[in-house]
Design a binder for this molecule. Sequence first.
Ligand code: IMP
Length: 206
Amino acid sequence: MRLLLATRNAHKLREIREILDLPEVELIGTDEWPGLPEVEEDGLTFVENAVKKAVTLARAAGLWALADDSGLEAQALGGEPGVYSARYAGEPVSYPANNAKLLDRLAGVTDRRARFVCVIALASPDGASRTVTGLCGGRISLAPRGANGFGYDPVFVPDGLDRTFAEMDAESKNRLSHRGAALRQAREEWRELLRGVAAGRVTSAA
Ligand code: IMP
């Protein structure tokens, strides 16, 4: 079977292929399927956005599709930046500007708890879908530290450690990260389902 992945990012494709580890499923990126619509991420929750992307692509291509949405939630800010993580400091998207805004909003705030959230949605061509959620708890540092990773990595210190995500290598981060957790859960929950699709026994995610 072919599973369409809502990403043009070759690195994400490889990571998902490795973690899902299903030889009977051929993962294809949206680049390899011309004519797909652009999906606007205008939902109020990560679940809404991931489901919208997966369902829109599954219906348009007539294939099963996988999509993710992720971001950071700071406890003292009521879950901000949340679904606005990518564009927190406005356009054009700038990671340093986003981090500066977050540190500014938390200036003088003692409760620095935060968590990364990653939702992955799986949709069938009939528009039915399922989701899994991965979380990674931690806190926001007082200043950016480290040069690895992307996004909020320089200001996020995972629970139980003193280093930011940007001070870790990719493998250490993946073991702890929300995306790693969501992908491992997706593999556990959906392996049999996807095998059933490949064998022609399952036709809907409902
Ligand atoms: P998206 O899921 O690719 O739309 O990611 C949304 C935004 O959340 C990114 O642009 C980052 O700002 C932030 N984000 C998501 N995952 C991570 C992560 O692992 N590290 C740092 N920032 C992240």
